[in-house]
Design a protein around this ligand. Structure first.
Ligand code: ADP
Length: 528
């Protein structure tokens, strides 16, 4: 068993007794067996000392209980690491950045407070999962869709705070947030936006309220415990269809991305695009990397193979949601635009009108998510490893940037002497309207040596990305300091600003120390 840093066993026991008095015996977890469930099943530190180990967990059932827990934590200087459903796999799951933290597990707060299908929003507590919200909407026959993350057992609230993404026009999950309730480190309850009006009638319909817009400082942060969130939803569309666009040549990616960005920002294309390359997939099947590496066939040779085997260089599935005549027109116009690239080809995909008896078992995970149906299909991707770390740099939405990334990461691979077949790359996605994100899955194993090597790769990727002006949008608890350190403009002023806020609003440093590389004064390595 491990203790919070600086605490005696006696004090910790006393604190746990006080937690027990607040939440009841069955909601304080202290045995190794229970506490181990909060460790990261995908940890890059399996069987190593640096593995993040919580000291205990406590699961309150409401705001008042959280307030009391926070007051006790202040008294004893106990770090509380907040999770909603704690399913943030690939980024640390329920495990804290600091060993010895007590997990504040909010899964019991799982009330759906409102779903409004007239002005299209939901209000949820932290422990509500995508599955819960989906079922509620189905059962009540409400005219709204959710945009689930993969996997669907996580929470809309936790995922939005982490700035996760989905598939539909509502895929920027933090962008869909409207109005928060937050327990602050001193135990006070703050309501953001219009929620600050005591009699607010529009807390979850208008985001900004009056004065500084503070919601952002509660995402990916340790400034508060979010206990309630408003989320914009999409009106249930009348129909859905998808279609594929492919272009044949390497250099076609430049106009392809220009047209994509134009269509996306003109609201003609409205969903996530996952760029594909049938030709590069063929290259990978021959033991090469997606990245450009020495020994690769030259582009002309690849293009020749593509022609011979009928494999386009670039391809993407575009999805449409809405009224049938609108989405038919959107697809027609999309084809017209891409047809300006010589050799572009098109194929129609699925077409549904709702209500529709969709055969869930026949649809792959990705499309289910695009249909607003949460699922766990993403776990099929693990292949051979025990888990993965998400490495996810943001790059510009251009063909040039994609070419550069394939080159830069290929050079890094070569420098590290990695085999082209040991690869974890996919092509980028468009969670956001003006940027792309690469979602790399770096494997973790129940093997110390392999993990050590992959951690080095991870750190190198952070460095190489930053040197090219790209940064991660989110990271695993083990790498938060490293990623934060890359955001170093003007002598780390952003970090210093965050630390100033942290020290002002959480002087005892009890809330999630180390989250996003933000440490309270008493735990800072460079303590002033
Ligand atoms: P999910 O419910 O989607 O699985 P988690 O519960 O694992 O997400 O939360 C992911 C991360 O988001 C946590 O590690 C924590 O840093 C932050 N977080 C989650 N819930 C809250 C909350 N209610 N208040 C503040 N931060 C939170």
């Amino acid at each position: 068993m491990i203790l919070p840093p600086g605490l005696t066993e006696k004090d910790f026991s006393a604190a746990l007794e006080q937690f027990t008095a607040v939440v009841g015996k069955e909601w304080v977890f202290r045995t190794d067996e229970d506490v181990n469930l909060y460790r990261d099943a995908y940890s890059p530190f399996w069987n190593e000392e640096e593995d993040r180990v919580p000291a205990a967990a406590v699961a309150p059932d409401g705001v008042e209980q959280i307030q009391q827990i926070v007051r006790i934590a202040n008294k004893y200087q106990i770090p509380l690491w907040t999770v909603s459903t704690g399913k943030n796999l690939g980024y640390g799951a329920a495990s804290p950045a600091l060993s010895g933290s007590v997990i504040l597990d909010l899964k019991r707060m799982n009330r759906i407070l409102e779903v409004n299908d007239k002005t299209y929003y939901a209000v949820v507590e932290p422990g509500v999962s995508y599955f819960d919200l989906y079922r509620y909407i189905q059962e009540h026959k409400l005219n709204v869709w959710i945009d689930p993350a993969d996997p669907g057992w996580g929470s809309p609230l936790g995922n939005a705070l982490e700035r996760g993404g989905g598939r539909t026009p509502m895929r920027d999950h933090f962008g869909a947030v409207c109005g928060l309730e937050v327990v602050l480190a001193n135990g006070e309850v703050l309501r953001t936006g219009m929620g600050a009006l005591p009699e607010s009638a529009i807390w979850h319909q208008y985001k900004y309220g009056f004065g500084p817009y503070v919601d952002g400082i509660f995402s990916q942060s340790n400034f508060g415990i979010v206990t309630r969130m408003g989320l914009f939803l999409m009106p249930a569309p009348e129909a859905y269809r998808d279609g594929r666009v492919s272009v044949q040549k390497h250099d076609d990616l430049i106009p392809f991305m220009e047209k994509y960005a134009y269509l996306l920002n003109s609201d003609i294309l409205r969903g996530n695009m996952m760029l594909e390359s049938p030709l590069l997939s063929y290259k990978v099947s021959q033991g090469r990397a997606v990245f450009d590496m020495p020994g690769d066939p030259p582009v002309e040779e690849l293009e020749r193979i593509g022609k011979e085997k009928n494999l386009p260089y670039w391809s993407a599935l575009f999805r449409f949601w809405g009224a049938p005549k609108i989405i038919d027109a959107q697809w027609e116009y999309t084809k017209e635009k891409f047809a300006e690239i010589p050799g572009a080809t098109f194929s129609d995909g699925r077409s549904y009108k709702f209500p529709n008896d969709i055969k869930i078992e026949e649809i792959e995970a990705d499309t289910l998510a695009a249909l607003g149906i949460p699922n766990l299909g993403v776990f099929g991707l693990l292949q051979g490893a025990d888990g993965h770390l998400g490495f996810s740099p943001i790059i510009p939405m251009t063909g040039e940037a994609i070419f550069k990334a394939l080159k830069v990461y290929g050079e890094m691979y070569t420098e590290l002497g990695l085999s082209p077949s040991n690869q974890f790359a996919a092509l980028p996605w468009s969670y956001y309207p003006r940027a792309l994100v690469f979602l790399f899955g770096i494997s973790t194993y129940k093997d110390v040596e392999k993990n050590k090597k992959n951690r080095e790769i991870f750190k190198k990727m952070i460095k190489v990305s930053a040197e090219n002006g790209w940064g991660e949008y989110r990271t695993h608890v083990a790498f938060m300091d490293d990623v934060a350190a890359a955001y170093s403009f003007n002598d780390y002023v952003l970090r210093r600003f965050n630390e100033t806020l942290k020290d002002a609003i959480d002087p005892n440093g009890i809330l999630s120390p180390g989250k996003s590389g933000i440490w309270p004064k008493r735990l800072r390595k460079d303590k002033e």
